[in-house]
Design a protein around this ligand. Structure first.
Ligand SMILES: C[S@@+](CC[C@H](N)C(=O)[O-])C[C@H]1O[C@@H](n2cnc3c(N)ncnc32)[C@H](O)[C@@H]1O
Length: 196
């Protein structure tokens, strides 16, 4: 079964399952971001899912655009007050204008990407000068040989930061998923787009 179909089928249960597994990226990282962004910031949530990742921003009346390739998840999240919801495969060119967003977030999504070059490049294109890019990657997981998810090292992320001319603002590390048959430790990164 491909990943999109898997998420389509999970749509109604995803939020409960996520919250039941000690998920905290949606609290830890937005708390840090709120110290950095202005009230009128336009935010893009890549892999919006059920909207947990941008809930705090929606609650605080920020303008948020959500993107996901699962049409069932986009139906679930449509009950919240998003500026726009876009059906989009993140491995393709993003269907938004360049230099458009003040903040791009993506939590629990790069777990499914083996190579982060495309997304780093696209986020750079759509971010405003001095915009922020905040995301999580898996540092380690148990069982370690999961065939559906990919780990990323700090060294790899730092090399991408340099290649695409971002600056690291904050690096976090936290236990994310803690389920009976799976656990993961995440890195959370907050980057800033360099203007030179
Ligand atoms: C674990 S959920 C995380 C959802 C949300 N970001 C959160 O923090 O609750 C992963 C999300 O990424 C989406 N996703 C995974 N791969 C994708 C891709 N290639 N293009 C678009 N969305 C993708 C899934 O549909 C799902 O909504």
């Amino acid at each position: 079964m491909n990943l999109k179909t898997k998420f389509d089928l999970l749509a109604d249960k995803l939020e409960k399952a996520t919250l039941g597994s000690n998920y905290k990226a949606h609290k830890i990282i937005p708390r840090e971001l709120l110290k950095l962004i202005n009230k009128d910031a336009l935010i893009l949530d890549l892999g919006v899912g059920t909207g947990l990742s941008s809930r705090l921003f929606i609650d605080k009346k920020f303008s948020v655009v959500g993107m996901d390739f699962s049409k069932e998840l986009l139906k679930v999240v449509s009950k919240y007050n998003y500026e726009q919801l876009i059906k989009q495969d993140l491995n393709k060119k993003l269907k938004v204008k360049k230099n458009n967003f003040d903040l791009v977030i993506s939590f629990g999504v790069f777990d499914f990407f083996e190579d982060l070059n495309h997304i780093f490049n696209e986020v750079k294109r759509v971010l405003n000068i001095n915009g922020y890019f905040a995301f999580t990657v898996i540092k380690s997981q148990k069982p370690s040989d999961s065939s559906q998810t990919y780990k990323h090292t700090k060294k790899e992320v730092r090399a991408l930061v340099k290649k695409y001319n971002y600056k690291i603002v904050n690096e976090l590390e936290f236990l994310e998923y803690e389920k009976k048959d799976y656990m993961a430790i995440y890195y959370g990164f907050i980057l800033k787009k360099n203007c030179n």
